[in-house]
Design a binder for this molecule. Structure first.
Ligand code: FE2
Ligand code: FE2
Length: 266
């Protein structure tokens, strides 16, 4: 059974799935940890409130409350690369995406998209440990774990089945290990803006700082193990995006970030 199959077998919670289809705030944190990449622009940071207000987008108050609950997991994240900074960069990426003229005609279900973005890494933020089993689960089974986690939370919060299915589908399919085509516009946007953040200088520096910290003995081991995988990591730069605007943004970012990754693994 391949990884995509093992993720798909856990979709019992999907009941009759009917999929439907700046003034950017650059935080100090954006430039704090990337001494080796002065030439790279820091990623835009935003909060959900800032994104909604700036773009005059309304979402249901129950969804807003649910988004806040999901964000709390990232504020208290056990995974340094999936903290609130990651989520704020995603709101910044979404703002850029939304402002791009190429994406003007898209019919976006904002309730679904904001809930999915807020919760897509909540499971990972809660359960992450620097151990081989946790790293394996985070890498290869994230979609189904994250989907089950957010599905339970949505049921508990009283959302209807159709809303749950739409949000959970985006979360299930967000990892790059998902091999099938993503069917909904919201799942495609989440994948694009999330994948784009793999190529943010903050993300790469965050990983480098964490693994190089002498306090993390396992981190040193992980760093040694990752060195032979440098080319595999760099190959993520050839990810195909759904939208031309994110594809272009990734191409613009890639050369400087390739240098940063090579320095890190030298
Ligand atoms: Fe994720
Ligand atoms: Fe993410």
């Amino acid at each position: 059974m391949n990884n995509a199959d093992s993720e798909k077998k856990d979709q019992d919670w999907l009941v009759n799935p009917t999929f439907q289809s700046t003034s950017q705030v650059v935080r100090e944190t954006a430039s704090r940890n990337h001494e080796s990449s002065e030439s790279i622009d820091p990623s835009p940071h935003m909060t959900l409130d800032e994104f909604l207000a700036k773009n005059n987008i309304q979402i249901d108050s129950s969804v807003k409350e649910f988004c806040e609950k999901g964000s709390q997991f990232l504020r208290n994240s056990k995974d340094p690369t999936h903290s609130i900074d990651h989520l704020e960069r995603l709101w910044g990426n979404l703002d850029k995406f939304h402002m791009d003229a190429e994406n003007e005609g898209l019919q976006i279900d904002w309730n679904t998209l904001t809930a999915a973005i807020s919760w897509h890494d909540a499971w990972r933020a809660s359960y992450f440990k620097l151990s081989p089993i946790s790293l394996y689960k985070s890498q290869f089974q994230e979609g189904s774990h994250a989907a089950n986690f957010s599905s339970s939370a949505m049921k508990e919060a009283g959302f209807d089945v159709a809303s749950i299915n739409k949000v959970v589908y985006c979360i299930l399919t967000h990892p790059s290990t998902w091999k099938d085509d993503r069917k909904t516009v919201e799942s495609r946007i989440l994948n694009d803006i999330d994948e784009l953040d793999s190529w943010s200088p903050e993300r790469i520096s965050g990983i480098a700082n964490y693994l190089s910290n002498p306090k993390h003995v396992l981190g040193k081991l992980a760093l040694t193990l990752l060195k032979p995988a440098r080319n595999v990591i760099l190959s993520k730069g050839s990810h195909t995006y759904y939208f031309a605007s994110t594809q272009k943004e990734a191409q613009d970012r890639y050369p400087a970030l390739e240098k940063q990754v090579k320095q890190f693994f030298s």
